[in-house]
Every structure is written in structure tokens, then in C-alpha cells.
Design a protein around this ligand. Sequence first.
Ligand code: NDP
Length: 410
Amino acid sequence: MGRVLIIGAGGVATVAAHKVAQNSSVFSEVMIASRTESKCVALAKVLKEKYGTDVRTAAVDADSVEQLVDLLSQYKPDIVMNLALPYQDLTIMEACLQTGCNYLDTANYEPKDEAHFEYSWQWAYRERFEKAGLCAILGCGFDPGVTSVFTAFAAKHHFDEIHYLDIVDCNAGNHHKAFATNFNPEINIREITQKGLYYENGQYVETEPMEIHKPLNYPNIGPKESYLLHHEEIESLVINYPTIKRARFWMTFGQQYLTYLDVIQNIGMARIDEVEYKAPKADGSGDEVVKIVPLQFLKAVLPNPQDLGSNYDGETSIGCRIRGLRAGEEHTYYVYNNCSHQAAYEETGMQGVSYTTGVPAMIGAMMFLTGKWSKPGVHNVEEFDPDPFMEQLNKQGLPWHELHDVDLEL
Ligand code: NDP
């Protein structure tokens, strides 16, 4: 039915590729392109063996609009799934516009030299996508992604007005490493070392990093200390649901993780500016001064998130806790998914965090190709009908559960 191009061959792209291959009636042609083509080739081999899917591969530097335009004009995909890094969002959107392709991603744009994310850069493309009759679907992972669809589903079926929204993200898994991040370490550490931010009564309130925290109970897991973080979906949700009085995002961290993170920051390894470093020359003729970014160096020595799966037990639990009005009365609603790291690994070779991101990315592309989510412009996922997406979550390995009128603890 549709031709898809997956850009990136990391943890999230691997899961999405497995899911694309499992849904061959929707995805009739598949290409995986990334900076390191050998990773795409290795993934294509697995997909051929496991599902019989023929996958084309290509090398592309997605920082280069020119290279992307070449690739897109040759392959002519119906939709490009950007599962590389947030740094590449704008170049890929630009190339899509130049070649008439639709676009989907899982994380909003972030400049390399500034640990700062917001939608304005991508929303600036709205008019051009609209005029070109092309659709860009932003933030279609789990959070953002499923959490935004959960909110849309709550607004459609359970509330006349949403007043309080708390997105809660718990990873109660154990990878048995002293310190590792569950997705790209550079992006992950940049995100969680930022100041906290939440929305209340029409304005944003800033906090120190990890300043606000409390234990929250997660289904099938129990209490876990949860920290208020700045997270991107809040920005679009408070615009799309203007009755929201307060919106916050919480994520769990273990004490050991936080201690390591503290050390990483204190010794300067979370820095994203360049520092000079004396490195041996390749030809062995002494040393030369090279510039390195400490956080990128740290990424090179930390465990690769893709290798965590085999020894990862426990589960994730991510959901939305919502309070608001229905028929003039206050109600609460908690909708969530729990995902087992081991089950994710057995199916795709990746751990639960990659799984909970890659599956919704595939469903978003499926929504587009089946005509259920397709309107010209640049859209956050809550702007589409949540029902067919929610139905697919249950079918594609991320079943969700609802609790009504319970104590939300928040
Ligand atoms: P990985 O680091 O595992 O994979 C990133 C991939 O992108 C790698 O294959 C890498 O290639 C490739 N890549 C990087 N730069 C370029 C480039 N310039 N050109 C082409 N390819 C490039 O990351 P993850 O799979 O963990 O994460 C992927 C995305 O998913 C990220 O944007 C992340 O922020 C997002 N995410 C979203 C979540 C959500 O719930 N919404 C949750 C988790 C992640 P190479 O192998 O050569 O380095």
C-alpha cells in the first residue's frame, strides 16, 4: 500500500523496522537509510530472515539536505520516518518539502550547540507543508506520542474539559549496568539535566533540575520516586486543550542513576561545548590538538542502549493522569501502558524504551498510509483522531488500560 523510508538504524529505528515488516499489507516497500549503512544492512538481513521482507538500504548523512534530496528523489517514499536524532528534524523536513514526501518523527528539533527543545522551529514549516499538500506528523513516539494520543482520547470520550494533566513515565526495569541510558545518551543527558518546567494558569513555571519530586505508585510496580521534568508534549497539549489549568511531566529515576548523573555533571562530562584535547596522530608521529565535545565522548564510552536488552528485566509504565469535568462533575482518569523489557527484547532484540517508541512511530506511519491521519500541514499527534491509533496500540504490542475515578496522587 505504501513506500516507507526509515532514516536511522538505532534502537528506535530497529523496533519500527520490525513492526513495519510485521505489517506488510500496509508497508509494501521499505528502505532503511542511515549514516552507517552497515547497520542498515545488518538490520535488513534480520528482517529478511525473520519475516521474509525485502528491505533496501542506503547511506545518508541526514545533516545534509542535498544528500537527503538525492535519496528521496530516487526512492520517492510516501512517508519518511525520521528515527535519527532531533538534530536532523529540520534538514529532513526541508528535503521532504523539496521532493514532495510526507514526514513523521518522534522528538522535536534541538540545535546541536544548545540543549534546548521547542516546537517553534518545526511549527514554522506549517504553511509550506500545507501549501505543498504534504503532512508532517510530529512527536509520534511514546512520550511525546502515545501520551498525546491518550490525552486526545480522554478529551474525546471522557471529559468535557480537561483541567489537570500529569504525564507519568516510570522505568522500573533493571539492565544490571552501573550506569546506562535507555536511549541515545547524548540526547537523554541533555534532556534531563535541563531545568524543570511545567505549565500552570496560563504560564510556564521553571524549577531547578530535579527540584520537585515525590513518590508515585505505578500499576504492577509500586511506589517510585518521580521527578518533574520539562517535556516537549506539554507545549502543544496546553495549546490544543486550552481548558488545561496545569500540565506537568514526571519521570522516575533511581538514586544510583542520579548519583552518577551528578558526578557526570560535576566533572564536566555533560558539557556540550568543544574542549581541546591532545590526541595521538593517526600516523604515530606524535600528538595533535583536537576538539571534542565531552558529552559526545561520554556517549562513546557508555553502554550502547541497543545492547541493554538481553539482560534487561522489569517493565516500563507510562500514562496520563487527568482530572477534569464531565457533565458538570469532577472526574479522574488514568490511562497507561506497561511494557516488559524482556518481551520487547524477545520480539525485536531491543529493550522496552526503544520498543515503546518504535511501535507508535510505525502506527503513526500506518495511520498516514491508511488515510486515517492525513491532512496537509505540520501537526502534533493529538490533532488527529485518537481512536484508530488506540485500536492499533492494542494490536501491535502496547495494550493500554484505564482506571476511572481513582486517587491520582497528584
Ligand atoms: P540511537 O542513537 O540508537 O540511533 C540514532 C540513529 O540515527 C543511529 O543509527 C545514527 O547513526 C543515526 N544518525 C545520527 N545522526 C545521523 C545523521 N546525521 N545522518 C543519518 N543518520 C544519523 O537513538 P535512538 O534510536 O535511541 O533514538 C532515536 C530517536 O528517538 C531520537 O530522536 C530520540 O530522541 C527519539 N526518542 C523518542 C522517544 C519518545 O518517546 N518520543 C523516546 C526515546 C527516543 P550511527 O549509527 O551512524 O550513529
